[in-house]
Design a protein around this ligand. Structure first.
Ligand code: NAD
Length: 370
């Protein structure tokens, strides 16, 4: 199989395949073509790719002659339209919010795999890009907060007096939230966390955080571990109880998402007014509308004396490790998708089936067919 890796459009700094992955794919009999400079922003030179057995080409040549094309960000409209029927494309397309685009991709006869659709099942953990990129985002969110906060995170006992530790609240204890709890603890903060899924209490506590309890949440096993919409009565109770934690916190990291919906607003203007001046909110739900009133995606704003950092592209700020993790996920997925150097489209496999969005002229992704 001829595999082609493209340079990502700026400001994306990651790249789909690391030289380590290239080495294995070449050893299995594949030809790997890398766009000139594709790894530069991840500190991976063309030389490293050549040593791994890849060929370096101009972008147009990679697009034209590769059977399977890798780019994390969706291809531009003109490049996608230039692809010939039968090509395979692997990237991150958010199919649930891009139905029109998926219809066009299908009509071109392209087989598209969207890595953000890898099923959240145990067997697919090593391919789960949402988890690995959330790990990066949760970690980096705490570092951003620490560098913006006008005070220390840890407790310090110095000749110049005793400094109390910072109080950090993490709202949404999924993959990003749990990484934020762990990172804030390592920096010495006193950490609380809240989630509408009470089953994460144990995980928060095992990382040294205190779980904020709001009784009465509905957890739906059929939602595959994801949060579900709560009743108005619960939301009111949640808001009252969370407010107490929010207003005493120096830092609040928010990651609360409900699949397919706008992110819930959990920090209101009224709560911001009561927070300490200089406090910091890092809103990782910014791209989905944000969990905080006043959040602007990809911007840092000050509202009522509180700095709000809205960010949804934190993995790009740590390209070296983010690329290693993304590439490892893709490499593990390719172990299912390729048999040696041949495509092995086994739709009996729920991971292949769940990740394939378009094939042979149709949308085949179940959530888009409902
Ligand atoms: P996510 O990014 O979809 O959401 C982040 C968190 O926000 C979730 O924990 C969610 O419960 C929480 N949340 C939603 N609304 C909220 C509200 N109003 N208030 C407070 N919290 C709210 O979550 P994620 O990190 O992608 O993880 C989702 C699920 O998938 C988890 O159960 C996780 O354990 C599971 N998971 C499974 C695998 C696997 O088995 N391969 C891998 C990763 C995650």
């Amino acid at each position: 199989m001829i595999l082609g890796v493209l340079k990502e459009p700026s400001p994306e700094t990651r790249v789909s395949l690391h030289p380590e992955a290239v080495k294995n794919l070449v050893a299995a009999g594949n030809k790997v073509q890398i766009e000139k400079g594709a790894g530069e922003a991840s500190f991976l030179s063309d030389e490293l790719y050549k040593e791994a057995g890849a060929e370096i080409h101009e972008r147009s040549a990679v697009l034209e002659s590769s059977e399977m094309i890798f780019q994390i960000m969706p291809l531009s409209e003109s490049e996608r339209k230039g692809l010939t029927e039968g090509k395979f494309v692997i990237g991150v397309y958010q199919p649930l919010v891009a139905k029109e685009l998926m219809t066009e991709v299908a009509s071109q006869g392209i087989t598209l795999f969207s890595m953000d659709s890898i099923p959240r099942i145990t067997r697919a953990q090593s391919m789960d890009v949402l988890s690995s990129m959330s790990t990066v985002a949760g970690y980096k969110a705490v570092l951003l907060a620490a560098s913006q906060l006008p005070r220390f995170f840890p407790m310090l006992m110095t000749a110049a007096g005793t400094i109390a530790p910072a109080k950090v609240l993490v709202i949404g204890a999924g993959v990003a939230g749990l990484q934020a709890v762990a990172t804030a603890k390592r920096l010495g903060a006193v950490v609380e966390a809240f989630d509408t899924r009470p089953s994460v209490k144990e995980q928060v506590e095992s990382l040294g955080g205190k779980f904020v309890e709001v009784p009465g949440a509905v957890e739906d096993k059929a939602a595959g571990g994801y949060a579900v919409e709560q009743s108005e009565e619960y939301k009111k109770k949640q808001s009252e109880m969370l407010e107490k934690s929010i207003v005493k916190s120096d830092v609040v990291i928010t990651t609360a998402l409900i699949p397919g919906r706008k992110a819930p607003i959990l920090i209101t203007k009224g709560m911001l007014q009561q927070m300490k001046p200089g406090a910091v909110v890092v809103d990782l739900a910014a791209a989905n509308g944000g969990n905080c009133e006043g959040t602007v995606n990809e911007q840092t704003v000050v509202v009522e004396g509180v700095t709000i950092i809205g960010s949804s592209t934190l993995p790009s700020t740590m390209p070296e490790d983010a690329t290693k993790m993304y590439s490892k996920n893709v490499q593990n997925f390719l172990k299912l998708l390729l048999k040696e150097d041949k495509i092995n489209l086994n739709f009996e496999d729920e991971i292949i089936k769940g990740t394939c969005i378009t094939h042979e002229g149709s949308i085949v992704y179940q959530p888009l067919l409902k």
